[in-house]
Design a protein around this ligand. Structure first.
Ligand code: NAG
Ligand code: NAG
Length: 166
């Protein structure tokens, strides 16, 4: 290595070391742009045996059903049992199929995302909307999930924000 190259190398090394040691240094500083107003917002509740309903009680009006899967990550092989959505990571991969009763007749939305657990302050988690069919062609957006525990049943509230832009 020539002297000039060595000096350059050492200078780069010094700069990188300074960067990584600086107090409060974070590698990404991203200021997200303000989100536009969603084109459509609605709420449904997912019951434990999967119909999607208008309200939290399991006998509430059915607005659709869900098909897909949840992939439970049992803490990367630890012996800890999976007891709830909040206890370990869950990968969500499912489609909501909305019925005529919902006013969204036969439209579908694809939900996907990884939740480690519900946020301890807000009690919510977010999923991604990955598109849809019917009224939801070209849809994207996000879903905020929160748990609703009743006297006799539990459900997951889904607050959906849909953006449709060609
Ligand atoms: C749902 O069940 C509750 C409690 O059993 C009952 O009070 C209510 O009337 C039911 N609602 C409907 C829409 O059936
Ligand atoms: C949805 O599908 C059902 C069953 O195929 C059909 O009877 C109904 O008319 C459809 N609704 C709409 C809004 O297309």
């Amino acid at each position: 290595m020539k002297a000039v190259e060595l000096q350059l190398y050492l200078t780069m090394f010094a700069v990188l070391s300074l960067c990584s040691n600086a107090a409060g240094y974070t590698p990404y500083s991203f200021v997200p742009p303000r989100l536009p107003k969603p084109d459509f917002q609605f709420t449904f509740y997912m019951q434990s045996r999967n119909p999607l309903t208008l309200e939290a009680p399991s006998n509430s009006t059915q607005v659709g059903f869900g098909r897909g899967m949840f992939v439970f990550d049992n803490n990367f092989g630890s012996d800890e049992p999976v007891t709830s959505v909040g206890s370990n990571g869950v990968e969500w991969l499912w489609t909501g199929i909305f019925n005529d009763e919902s006013g969204l007749g036969n439209s579908t939305l694809c939900f996907k995302g990884w939740n480690l657990e519900l946020d301890s302050v807000t009690g919510t988690a977010e999923l991604t909307l990955c598109g849809g069919t019917g009224l939801f062609k070209l849809a994207r957006g996000y879903v905020q999930i929160s748990a609703v525990v009743g006297a006799t049943s539990a459900s997951l509230r889904h607050d959906v924000s849909v953006f449709i832009k060609a």
